[in-house]
Design a protein around this ligand. Structure first.
Ligand code: ADP
Length: 601
């Protein structure tokens, strides 16, 4: 399956077409310095851009370029990295108008990111019309953080007013890492306590306890936590106001200082790039050495803290550009963590070279209690996988046949003896119109049914004749007639009340046979196989095309090779659901509402 993954920022765009089956990027687009001095590369070749220097025009251009290079490949889904999902989203989600609106609302929490993410979504919808767009949120994985980890100790009214709390980021990567740990170690992550250290330009650590993120170092914004390329990470908030006063900084200047001029870049005064810093440190540069020490000290502190929170660690993971590549940083971080069972194997650490083919390396000492792994993260691929899951789910639902609904008006089925009495010996019913179930028909002939309270005329006889009489009425009819009819599946009349039936030629009292038909779906065994249900299962069915969603619960499945797919509800139900008699509505079965095997409901 080909998934287009879009990571759209305010000054850059990364858009990759990923072949998820072969785990290969088939088209790779990188655009930087947007919008004023765009540098666009596709598959590492520069592409000239001579149009408006505006973000949406450039995005449209880039996506069109991708479209032109598809060479027949069909994009089945578009996964968008969306930075902030707030409290709304703990999972990736198919984007519709409601989701778009939520992402827009959340711009308040991520003003640098969500607006650009949203623009990427809108341009993709324009260029790839009809393709599913899926939002994959950086924050989603951390929705499981317990309240005590989410809260800042500040005034609760303000917390409420502005939704100030710790959301955490890099969730797509941490989740991917946790799953990769599970597949690599062949262990269920529900039994593991993992500390994942994503050390790229942005850096965060995450405590993943039995599969759930329970702590992470980034907070309400990606500024909190570890030392990063250009971000300070944790800082005494007092320094912020101190500097604002002393330097007379505006909010923007303060933010630029913490976001763009701090971290490794600020400490070293050299670069935000760990490679440069390591190089300079090895040449004796003191500032570079300090930068490395602060970086690793902070990380070691977090690992220790997370071990304390989880009561120990089973797996420590290094990932991101620094975590995947830097032997020295991994070594420094682990150096004093022996007491936790974290013991590195120096040779394994040194010889580690991660590639797409060998994306995990176990660098822990054989006897170490904790597995130390270097894992190549791949956020683009992780987003593609998340998007693929949703596309597959959606396709699955779409390929399930919709179920036509028929309103089943009151009617009777008669046996030979009863028809003889009502219409005369050996009387043959005359078909009035065929019913949807093969071989069945509504007859021209009708009867009157007479209950203790009232009678109902013109009740149609359905053919062909059966071995037992059966009178199927609605709940309203039941009350009107004054009988107590059980809700039954057709054919199951034992113990049901009798009633008087009057025909053209005579009247009879049947001893039993009056039922309110259990709403049911007729289906052929082939349909049953597609739906994954069996005869006598009880399911719920969502009505697809109503303004207000409607669910019919407690629907009986009836399977026979004589049946055609159709759901039967009675007149009362049809009225309640605003489905008119004779009209056919369409139902969609969805997995979430099927409850199987409740045979004795
Ligand atoms: P981003 O957060 O932008 O995705 P990456 O995950 O690509 O960042 O990581 C970028 C960081 O990884 C840079 O600081 C870079 O110096 C560092 N890095 C890459 N290779 C090495 C290496 N061999 N040794 C040390 N650091 C490295």
């Amino acid at each position: 399956m080909y998934i287009l993954v879009i990571n759209c920022g305010s000054s850059s765009l990364k858009a990759d077409v990923i072949d998820t089956i072969n785990k290969k990027t088939v088209i790779e687009l990188d655009a930087e310095r947007l919008p004023l001095t765009p540098i666009i590369q596709i598959n590492n070749e520069s592409v000239a851009y001579n149009n408006k220097l505006e973000l949406d025009a450039i995005l449209l251009f880039c996506l069109e370029q991708i479209k032109q290079r598809l060479e027949g490949k069909i994009i089945e889904g578009i996964g968008h990295r969306v930075v902030h999902g707030g409290d709304y989203y703990s999972q990736p989600i198919l984007i519709d108008a409601v989701v778009e609106q939520a992402i827009e609302e959340l711009c308040a929490l991520a003003p640098l990111h969500n607006p650009a993410n949203l623009l990427g979504i809108r341009k993709a919808q324009e260029v790839f019309e009809g393709v599913h767009n899926i939002a994959v949120f950086d924050t989603a994985f951390h929705q499981t953080l317990p309240n005590r980890a989410k809260q800042y100790a500040i005034d609760k009214e303000l917390i409420k007013k502005y939704n100030i709390k710790r959301y955490g980021f890099h969730g797509t990567s941490h989740k991917y890492i946790a799953e990769r740990v599970g597949t690599y170690l062949k262990q269920d992550i529900k039994h593991l306590r993992i500390v994942s250290c994503h050390l790229g330009n942005g850096a965060s650590a995450c405590a993943i306890e039995f599969g759930r993120s329970i702590e992470t170092s980034m907070g309400m914004t990606p500024m909190e936590g570890l030392v990063m390329g250009t971000r300070s990470g944790d800082i005494d908030a007092g320094i912020v106001s101190f500097l604002q006063n002393k330097e007379n900084w505006s909010t923007q200047q303060t933010e630029d200082f913490l976001n763009k001029k701090s971290g490794l870049a600020g400490l070293s005064g050299l670069s935000n790039d760990m490679r440069d810093i390591l190089q300079k440190a090895s040449e004796g540069n003191e500032d570079a050495r300090t930068a490395i020490q602060v970086f690793t000290h902070r990380l070691t502190k977090y690992i220790g803290a997370y071990a304390a929170l989880m009561g120990g660690i089973d797996v420590l993971v290094f990932t991101g550009g620094i975590g995947e590549n830097s032997v020295e940083i991994r070594n420094r971080v682990c150096q004093r963590l022996d007491f936790l069972g974290i013991t590195l194997d120096d040779d394994k650490n040194k010889s580690t070279k991660l590639t797409n083919e060998k994306d995990v390396s176990n660098i822990s000492d054989e006897n170490a209690r904790v597995k130390i792994l270097a894992i190549k993260t791949d956020e683009q691929f992780a987003i593609a996988l998340e998007a693929q899951k949703i596309v597959l789910e959606k396709n699955k639902v779409n390929c399930i046949p919709k179920i036509p609904i028929a309103i089943s008006a009151r009617h009777v089925h008669l046996c030979r003896e009863t028809l003889d009495i009502l219409y005369g010996k050996d009387y043959e019913l005359t078909p009035y119109k065929p019913l949807s179930q093969p071989g069945q028909y509504a007859a021209n002939e009708t009867v009157t049914i007479i209950g203790p309270r009232n009678k109902i005329e013109n009740v149609r006889i359905l053919g062909p004749l059966r071995s037992k009489d059966q009178v199927e009425i609605s709940k309203t009819d039941e009350f009107f007639l004054g009988v107590d009819a059980p809700v039954r599946e057709s054919g199951n009349t034992a113990g049901s009340p009798g009633i008087i039936i009057e025909g053209k030629n005579g009247t009879t009292t049947i001893k039993e046979g009056v039922i309110v038909a259990w709403r049911h779906i007729h289906m052929h065994p082939t349909d049953a196989a597609i739906f994954g249900v069996q005869d006598q299962d009880v399911v719920s069915v969502d009505v697809d095309d109503k303004e207000r969603p409607l669910t019919f619960k407690n629907v009986l499945i009836r399977v026979s090779d004589k049946f055609k797919l159709e759901m039967h509800i009675d007149t009362d139900e049809g009225n309640a659901a605003e489905i008119k008699t004779g009209e056919e509505g369409y139902l969609m079965k969805t997995e979430k509402v099927v409850s199987l095997n409740m045979k004795n409901v």
